[in-house]
Design a protein around this ligand. Structure first.
Ligand SMILES: [Zn+2]
Length: 469
């Protein structure tokens, strides 16, 4: 079916227009006798005027049409939408022509809107069958080559190319009629500045949408990258859209928001930079503090080391001082000992000298004869006691025998004759002592050094001089 046909005399006629666009009545083509030879503008095959059950006017191909005619295979829905678009365009004050082919055949507009004022044209395409994004972009480009804007309209639920080319999705009334209220439910958005996002608009009738587009109240706008999550009305649901129809006011609002957002981001990155620098400064201060602390500890350790060395040095000095003191004490002690020994030696010599003097005195009163007499008595006594004659070892007395004369029976000491009383301490306490008389014995025992039992006297005259006197 189609809404246009070629009249054999008048050319193109349009079933959606009251006068068919040529000042003709519907009745002049519908069920006429004889039949008017109308042809299809697409394939040139014969068509005839018809009325749908809802009394919509259209043209149908005669039986046996070629199978490739595009107009012949278009669905009733497609034709209905074209009719709705044509009526919306005419309602907006523009003229609408259906199934308008390009002079070179590069496009055929479902509905071509033409401005009555300045002749501007805009194509409106009812696209219900599936089409690839590449194909629909290519078809849009063909219009652009001829300076014609286009808006693609679909009544399908899912329209994959909705932001590839200028397009909208519409919802038909129930039941779907040209007179009913068709609504745009996708492809139109407004910018919510307060929330900084695009929101889908789904309460605009198609007729209003067409009027706004033709009146330049709506623009097909490429949405900013940061705003492509479109919010659906009444809820949190979102969908991705890279382009959509919207008002200039929303476009300006988005731009303003982007400026504000960038300003905020700049401020934020400035704050972050400031915080980063502050943190860096803090770390640097901390590093410096640690370095100073380390330096302080190093200095303290160095001071402790120097102190310890000084203590050690002082300790060594003290040790040396003590050692020197001990050495001096030892030397002093040695000196004192030497001095004592020297004094003792002097004393001993003095004693010896005195003892020798005393011995000299002691023996000075005894003549050789008297000594012989005494020795004879001793010898006699020894014979009596031991049958062994005691003989003097040496006439000269010595200190060991207290300056007396030691007498021996054989090799054995028998006793000491006449030891000097001053030197008696030299004798062993068991040594027998022989003296001339009681007077001499008294001198010996008076010392207390020799017991009386060990002293023997022979009652000899005291002194030769005395005898002589
Ligand atoms: Zn045809």
């Amino acid at each position: 079916m189609s809404f246009t046909a070629l009249h054999p005399e008048l050319g193109r006629i349009d079933a959606t227009l009251t006068d068919l666009g040529q000042g003709l009545s519907w009745e002049s083509v519908y069920r006429t006798r004889p039949r008017i030879e109308l042809t299809c503008p697409e394939c040139g095959y014969g068509v005839h005027a018809k009325l749908s059950p809802r009394r919509t006017r259209y043209f149908a191909h005669d039986p046996g049409r070629p199978p490739h005619c595009q107009l012949a295979v278009e669905s009733a829905d497609h034709h209905l939408l074209k009719l709705v678009l044509a009526e919306a365009i005419r309602h907006a004050g523009w003229s609408a022509d259906l199934e308008v082919p390009a002079p070179d055949g590069s496009w055929r507009a479902d509905v071509m809107a033409t401005s009555v004022a300045d002749g501007d044209r805009m194509a409106w395409e009812a696209q219900l069958s599936p089409i690839t994004e590449d194909d629909i972009r290519m078809r849009t480009d063909r219009y652009a080559d001829d300076g014609i804007e286009v808006c693609w309209v679909s009544s399908r639920d899912r329209v994959p190319w909705l932001c590839t080319v200028p397009a909208i999705a519409v919802r038909p009334p129930e039941p779907p009629t040209a007179a009913g209220r068709w609504m745009v439910h996708d492809g139109l958005v407004r910018f919510d500045y307060a929330r900084g996002r695009w929101v889908q608009v789904d309460d605009v009738p198609l007729a209003a949408f067409v009027r706004w587009v033709l009146g330049h109240g709506l623009t097909f706008h490429s949405i900013g990258h940061r705003y492509r999550r479109i919010h659906l009305p009444g809820g949190n649901a979102t969908m991705r859209r890279s382009a959509s129809w919207t008002t200039q006011r929303s476009i300006d609002s988005e731009a303003k928001h982007e400026v504000m957002r960038q300003r905020q981001e700049t401020a934020k990155s400035a704050r972050e930079e400031h915080a980063r620098k502050a943190e860096e400064h803090r770390k640097q201060v901390e590093r410096e503090r640690q370095r100073q602390e380390q330096e302080r500890r190093r200095i303290e350790a160095e001071e402790r080391r120097v102190e310890a060395e000084e203590r050690h040095r002082l300790f060594m000095i003290e040790m040396e001082r003590q050692r020197a003191t001990r050495e001096a004490q030892r030397r002093e002690q040695e000196r004192q000992q030497q001095e004592q020994a020297r004094q003792e030696e002097v004393a001993r010599r003095e004693r010896d000298r005195q003892e020798q003097a005393a011995a000299h005195q002691w023996w000075s009163g005894v003549s050789a004869a008297q000594l012989t007499e005494l020795l004879d008595h001793v010898a006699a006594l020894s014979v009596a006691e031991h049958t062994s004659r005691a003989l003097p070892g040496a006439i000269e007395g010595n200190r060991e025998h207290a300056y007396g004369i030691a007498v021996y029976t054989g090799r054995r000491l028998y006793g000491v004759v006449r030891p000097c009383p001053q030197s008696l301490g030299q004798l062993r306490t068991s040594t027998r002592v022989f003296v001339r008389n009681a007077h001499e014995e008294a001198l010996i025992t008076a010392t207390g050094l020799i017991g009386a039992a060990l002293v023997t006297h022979f009652d000899l005259p005291d002194h030769e001089q005395t005898t002589l006197l």
